[in-house]
Design a protein around this ligand. Structure first.
Ligand code: CA
Length: 228
């Protein structure tokens, strides 16, 4: 089963592409804006993302950059009406794997989808990450502390996941913004602090030092100690 996330704001185009891809046997999920596209791509291990460049809320390039910053290696095929060379370069530089200018012929789209979907990186499903008594499951998007299931938002999960994968490493605010929000323009200036505060409320136990340490003037790090 090959799962494709299709991010396209033009409804007729999204319907047509989804139908053609499903006829080829792909499992297709469609979203119509960049915010949902980025969120779904961080929540689910897709085999391929077909990503429109021009979206109402943010560009495909911003989304790709955010995914790569979050170390999500899913292959990305960008669709765009733009034809200028520098735009193409920008898309590929941001981490897109291939580029298809609109209008395109459907057989060409399908050929590129086939080529990208069989890349080895597309087959890797991220394993669970364990740190002390915390277990993060990126596929199910679930966090356990000991036997307790901890309910996190997609954003909180992405934030914690970034920290826990490298216990002890200090992450600056700007690296975390890139990795978790993927873009800067409409992020509140205190977004990182607010996210840390929510995570601490959910994860920390009374009387224990927080699992998320503040390194003053630098950023944040995850304390991997076994917190029981
Ligand atoms: Ca568009």
């Amino acid at each position: 089963m090959t799962r494709i996330l299709l991010v396209e704001d033009e409804a007729w185009m999204a319907r047509m592409l989804a139908r053609v891809l499903r006829e080829e046997g792909y499992v297709v999920e469609t979203v119509a804006d960049g915010r949902s596209g980025f969120a779904r791509a961080t929540e689910v291990a897709f085999d391929l993302i077909v990503l429109d460049w021009m979206l109402p809320d943010r560009s495909g390039v911003q989304i790709v950059r955010g995914l790569r910053a979050a170390e999500i290696d899913v292959p990305v095929l960008m669709l765009t009406a733009r034809e200028q060379v520098e735009d193409r370069v920008a898309g590929l530089d941001a981490g897109a794997d291939d580029y298809l200018p609109k209008p395109f012929a459907l057989p060409e789209l399908l050929a590129r989808v086939r080529a990208l979907a069989r890349r080895p990186a597309a087959r890797q499903v991220e394993a669970s990450v364990t740190a002390g008594d915390l277990t993060l499951d990126p596929v199910r998007h679930a966090v356990r502390r000991g036997d307790d299931l901890v309910d996190l938002t997609a954003r909180e999960f992405a934030f914690l996941h970034a920290l826990v994968r490298r216990p002890g490493q200090v992450f600056s605010r700007s690296v975390l913004l890139d990795a978790v929000w993927g873009y800067r323009a409409d992020v509140a200036s205190n977004a990182v602090e607010v996210c840390v505060s929510h995570l601490r409320k959910k994860l920390d136990r009374n009387g224990e030092p927080s699992r998320i340490r503040t390194i003053r003037g630098v950023g944040y790090a995850f304390d991997p100690r076994d917190g029981r």
